[in-house]
Design a protein around this ligand. Structure first.
Ligand code: WQD
Length: 337
């Protein structure tokens, strides 16, 4: 049966699509191409559609019926924290109303499995140490709040018995599973560093007075390929619920962290990228960004117990793949050196 991937032409979505296709699964992509790229899903049906737009429920229902969709991976959303602060209503409309439309189409047409792209941003300011799924969810920006509400939508629809859902809380995603699938957005640390070096600028370290080993912020960087594998594992887990035995094992809804369980500092990421690029990188040390917690690292035990998934790509491979994809995207003239 077919898997529908919303946002399937995006950075993470294209990795999910490529893994599913490589496993022989039938896939259909829905994407509004506001940031996704059609060429990245060549060979897979792509329906251009804004899931938060007028008529989306009917259009999604038509795709579900026509392709015999049995499972949905919902990735279509806006994901920039700074943009969400400036445009909260846009984030609530696109991220919440969009997912509500997808869920309406699923319940109307008997889709029984939904995997939802959530975020570590639902935790907000964490106190340090490994973050488990039982940590308080106190998002501190509209992006994180839109993701938490998305989890509530999925949990409440699953409670009706019409479907089962898994929310995957992404920590810091980086790298590329294939050179043509690099992160096109220059909004997170890794691509910001690559972009600075390409333009001969010093990348900035936002704060060196955190209570961390080297004073810079610590995050959990997970290879996008490992993240995509987690989506496939989540789909398989939900499909297993289709059997009587499986149904007893799989709860209607669960949220699972997707991270490595290992923290890496900003300075260490910059050193790793410098090694991958083979050029020295001397960062500019500046003040903290408002609202940045010192450390956000996943406790990944729950997803391993539930799905048998754990991250396998080492950080140096993640960073090297990001550099290779950057060179692919920028014609090899990767550094300003
Ligand atoms: C990482 C670290 C910065 C830029 C994101 C988003 C969201 C979510 C989780 C999916 C921090 C530091 C950054 C720079 C720096 N993922 N930094 N210089 O803030 O952890 O949050 O990840 O939903 O994408 O919430 O990611 O890449 O912005 O920052 O020193 O120029 O790098 O302070 O410590 P963040 P980020």
């Amino acid at each position: 049966m077919t898997v529908l991937v919303t946002g399937g032409a995006g950075y993470i979505g294209t990795h999910v699509v490529r893994l599913l296709r490589a496993a022989g699964r039938d896939v259909v992509v829905v994407d509004d191409l506001s940031s996704g790229r059609a060429e990245r899903v060549a060979g897979t049906e792509l329906v251009r559609l804004d899931v938060a737009g007028p008529g989306a429920v009917r259009a999604l229902g038509d795709v579900v019926r026509r392709r015999g969709v049995s499972a949905v991976v919902h990735l279509a959303a806006r994901k920039r924290v700074d943009e969400s602060v400036a445009q909260p209503l846009r984030y609530y409309r696109e991220n919440i109303e969009g997912f509500a439309a997808v869920l309406a189409a699923c319940t109307e047409h008997g889709v029984r499995s939904v995997v939802f792209s959530s975020s570590a941003a639902v935790y907000g300011d964490v106190a340090g140490g490994l973050v488990g799924e039982d940590a308080p969810t106190r998002p501190v920006n509209p992006y994180g709040r839109s993701k938490l509400v998305g989890e509530w939508l999925l949990r409440d629809v699953a409670a009706t018995g019409s479907l089962r859902g898994t929310a995957l809380r992404y920590f810091n995603v980086a790298g590329a599973g294939w050179p043509d699938l690099g992160d096109p957005a220059v909004t997170n640390l890794v691509t910001l560093v690559l972009d600075a070096v390409r333009h001969g600028r010093a990348p900035r370290v936002l704060g060196t007075d955190f209570p961390t080993p080297d004073g810079s912020g610590v995050r959990d960087y997970v290879h996008v390929l490992d993240l995509a594998r987690a989506h496939v594992a989540a789909l398989d887990g939900l499909a297993g619920a289709g059997t009587d035995a499986g149904a007893a094992l799989v709860p209607p809804f669960r949220a699972l962290n997707v991270g490595t369980g290992v923290g890496t500092s900003v300075l260490a990421v910059i050193r790793g990228l410098s090694a991958a690029m083979g050029v020295p990188v001397v960062p500019e040390l500046v003040d903290r960004r408002p609202g940045d917690p010192a450390e956000v690292v996943a406790d990944p035990r729950a997803i391993e117990a539930a799905l048998g998934w754990r991250a396998v790509e080492p950080l140096d491979a993640t960073l090297a793949s990001a550099w290779a994809a950057w060179q692919h995207a920028h014609g090899g003239e990767g550094t300003g050196a």
